[in-house]
Design a binder for this molecule. Structure first.
Ligand code: PGA
Length: 272
């Protein structure tokens, strides 16, 4: 199974020069012989996407966008948006979708997300799909039903895909889709759920999607589920030991190359 370590830079850093430095520092410190089963990825903001992708083009580090347009996978009159085709052209091979900050500040819902999933599929852009409950959901023991609702964006996308492309879409979900479980209350707070809680949620996510795919196609795919929310070098060894955690989506700590690579090394050592 592949282990994924992904840095979500959010709206950071402030300048092109700082983004360049960040890349250089990561490149200086990455292990030379990264096996194929150990994947590193960074998600810079769109303004830095092209420069970061260029600097990383001969390295094993993959590049992801943080979002794509729901309205069109190519071009159109959608001021402020950036399409799947455009981020791909800028050097991204993946995109984050459904991050809680997009859900919260841009009122992103399943209708938007189903469209975005379809657009990513049309451009063969991999998707890191973020799901997670709020503190209120968590306290009311609603986590699993909230996640089921968020995951139903895939069912909705499947309905929207043309019938002759449905099989290809199911294959795409198995090959080019990663789920990141990020409890909203754990993002940037220093708090994380217990390992047992994360394990239960990850198993639930895998079962939800596997049951759905098996029902339609008869195949039982292996699915990748990452944990995100306050991952740091101190808690990484504990998280990495849990078999249902296939890697990490890292915000704050990914802006510190030493911490980012320390977390990566801890996961890679644990999962090899
Ligand atoms: P954090 O952010 O690691 O700073 O908590 C994670 C994320 O939002 O992806």
């Amino acid at each position: 199974m592949t282990t994924w370590i992904i840095g979500n830079w959010k709206q950071n850093p402030a300048t092109q020069q700082e983004a360049q430095q960040l890349v250089e520092q990561i490149l200086e410190q990455i292990p030379q012989d990264l096996p194929n089963s150990h994947k590193l990825m960074v998600a810079p903001s769109n303004i830095h996407l092209m420069a970061v992708a260029k600097a990383l083009q001969d390295s094993p580090i993959l590049v992801s966008a943080q979002n794509i347009s729901a309205h069109s996978d190519t071009t159109g009159a959608y001021t402020g948006d950036c399409s799947a085709q455009q981020v791909k052209d800028a050097g991204a091979s993946w995109t984050l979708l459904g991050h809680s900050e997009q859900r919260q500040y841009h009122h992103e819902n399943n209708d938007h997300l189903a469209q975005k999933i379809c657009n990513a599929f049309l451009q063969d852009l991999g998707v890191i799909f973020c799901v997670g409950e709020t503190l209120a959901d968590y306290e009311q023991d609603q986590t699993l039903s909230v996640l089921d609702h968020q995951l139903s964006a895939f069912h909705q996308a499947f309905e929207q895909i043309a019938s002759e492309e449905k099989n290809q879409f199911l294959q795409y979900i198995q090959d080019r889709m990663i789920i990141a479980y990020e409890p909203v209350w754990a993002i940037g707070t220093g708090k994380i759920p217990t390992i047992d809680e994360i394990d239960r949620v990850h198993q639930h996510i895998k079962t939800h999607l596997q049951t759905w795919i098996t029902k339609i196609s008869g195949q039982t795919p292996k699915l990748t589920v990452l944990y995100g929310g306050s991952v740091n070098p101190q808690n990484a060894p504990m998280l990495a030991q849990c078999p249902t955690i296939d890697g990490a989506l890292i915000g704050g700590a990914s802006l510190k190359p030493k911490d980012f690579l320390q977390i990566a090394n801890q996961f890679f050592a644990s999962k090899s």
